[in-house]
Design a protein around this ligand. Structure first.
Ligand code: FES
Ligand code: FES
Length: 178
């Protein structure tokens, strides 16, 4: 059967058997950042964002996601131009074998879409769904907290530059004052 869905912003028609799961179908379509560790909805390696929600793609049928918007790690940065979350993981040495990292980063992306300034506990709970055998989680937690700070800085920079280009100014609290 052919399924129509949007992957990383591109409309796709993807051929798959009726009982095919989303993780292996995405991998067969070239999205190799989707990892298959347990194929049982346990390890979190297959986590992608489906219609705004981080989900383990291995346990989902293609029929259940027809028409959905899916985001995989390939939607983020590239080797020479990493997304701030990816760069924070690199800078904090939070990547060891790397197998769990796409799932961890997609969980992080959703967390930071929901809360721009998460507590350490919120970070731990968000990435807890992804099993990592290498890092002991401390460095990934530090990376996620730093990524949140980087994204907040980027966002403050954009607001400031928008205010400057249309003639406004920001007060010391970052609030706009025209
Ligand atoms: S491969 Fe999907 S959760 Fe382990
Ligand atoms: S970095 Fe190896 S499993 Fe997480």
């Amino acid at each position: 059967m052919k399924y129509t869905l949007t992957v990383n912003g591109e409309r796709k028609r993807i051929e798959a058997d009726a009982d095919a799961d989303v993780a292996s179908t995405l991998r067969a379509a070239g999205y190799k950042g989707v990892k298959c560790g347990c194929d049982g909805g346990v390890c979190g390696a297959s986590t992608v964002i489906i219609d705004g929600e981080a989900r383990m793609a291995c346990g989902l049928s293609m029929a259940s996601v027809a028409g959905s918007e899916i985001e995989t790690i390939e939607a983020l940065g590239s080797q020479g131009d990493l997304h701030p979350i990816q760069q924070a993981f690199v800078d904090h040495l939070a990547v060891q074998c790397g197998f769990c990292i796409p799932g961890m980063i997609m969980q992080t992306k959703q967390l930071l879409a929901e809360t721009t300034d998460p507590s350490e506990q919120e970070v731990r709970e968000a990435i807890d769904d992804v099993v990592c055998r290498c890092t002991g989680y401390q460095k990934p937690v530090e990376a996620v907290l730093d990524a949140a700070q980087r994204l907040r800085n980027d966002s403050a920079g954009i607001e400031e530059s928008t205010a400057m280009t249309d003639g406004g100014t920001l007060d010391s609290g970052g609030e706009r004052r025209d």
